[in-house]
Ligand binder design. Structure first.
Ligand SMILES: C[S@@+](CC[C@H](N)C(=O)[O-])C[C@H]1O[C@@H](n2cnc3c(N)ncnc32)[C@H](O)[C@@H]1O
Length: 294
């Protein structure tokens, strides 16, 4: 465990907030959080000191400015960073993360807090560690809400979770009634976090089988009923041609991590591989594609 952390703070136009948030999550920022600051947004994240040196941080600030220019935002983001000690760090980011209801049935509860006693929701306990997936990002929320709709008929289904991160979708799926989930992630820290969160939720290792790798590392013995994939569009379009190997005629999918302007590109790729977009759900600049066979 690191003793010293970078606290990076970006004050920017609300139009840039999502991009900054996503970049922080993609770089495995701990406790990524955003809040309104007058007319502006303020996004913060924490990183172990050894992850960046000052030069890296200066380059990162430049990257955010380029993001603003690419999006046609004239008001450039203000980026600051400073080092804080371990104890301050845990107080800093944990204070932004509270129990969070998602959809009608789930409640994401930080591992270090007692779940509320007055809620009838299914409690998903989570300590994301350095992995993506706290439930605060719109793409994760959209996937969980879509799962809730898909699994409400309580059919025993088997799922693949490609890019499982903290394991939030796999665990949410089991809570919502899925029988078994096969999860993979290319990041070993995500594989570890998924295993730890599975245990935190008292789920047997056989219900969520997690492995390091991508779609070809899924340990499925037969086609799955549903595919979950919340990764960036650039990666999803590379994975789509491989979906057929783990799917049957009735298999459905929930894909997110796709920016609205990328949705046509992803839909066209799906159609070229015998999939169709049944519904497209939108939150902020992101969308979630509910897919099935034509
Ligand atoms: C946006 S996070 C999603 C985490 C979680 N499933 C959620 O919905 O919040 C994407 C995850 O995909 C992983 N990833 C990236 N490329 C991948 C690939 N080609 N195959 C499998 N996982 C990948 C990343 O390491 C990251 O943990």
């Amino acid at each position: 465990m690191a003793n010293t952390w970078w606290e990076i703070q970006v004050t920017c136009s609300p139009l840039l907030e999502d991009t900054i948030f996503w970049r922080f999550e993609d770089w495995h920022g701990r406790g990524t959080a955003s809040e309104r600051w007058g007319q502006q947004s303020r996004v913060k994240a924490y990183f172990p000191q050894e992850q960046f040196c000052n030069v890296d941080l200066a380059a990162l600030a430049l990257r955010f400015q380029q993001d603003a220019l690419c999006l046609g935002i004239n008001e450039l983001p203000d980026v600051t960073w400073h080092l804080i000690e371990d104890e301050d760090w845990s107080k800093s980011w944990k204070k932004y993360w509270h129990p969070q209801p998602i959809g009608d049935r789930l409640l994401i509860n930080p591992a270090w807090m007692d779940p509320p006693t007055d809620s009838s929701r299914l409690v998903l306990k989570l300590d994301p560690g350095t992995a993506f997936g706290t439930g605060t990002h719109p793409t994760t929320q959209l996937c969980l809400e879509a799962l809730e709709m898909r699994l409400s008929d309580a059919q025993p289904v088997t799922l693949a979770d490609i890019g499982c991160g903290s394991g939030i979708l796999s665990i949410g799926a089991i809570l919502l009634g899925a029988q078994q989930v096969y999860a993979v992630d290319t990041d070993p820290l995500a594989v570890k976090a998924t295993g730890e969160n599975r245990a935190l939720n008292s789920m047997d290792a056989s219900r969520i089988q997690v492995a390091q790798g991508s779609i070809d590392s899924l340990k499925v013995s037969e086609p799955v009923d549903g595919i979950l994939c919340n990764i960036l569009a650039e990666i999803i379009v590379e994975l789509i041609p491989h979906f057929n190997a783990i799917a049957k005629e009735s298999t459905w999918g929930i894909l997110s991590g796709v920016l609205l302007e990328q949705s046509k590109w992803v839909a066209d790729t799906l159609e070229a591989h015998n999939w169709t977009v049944a519904t497209l759900w939108r939150r902020e600049d992101w969308c979630c594609l509910n897919i099935r066979r034509p």
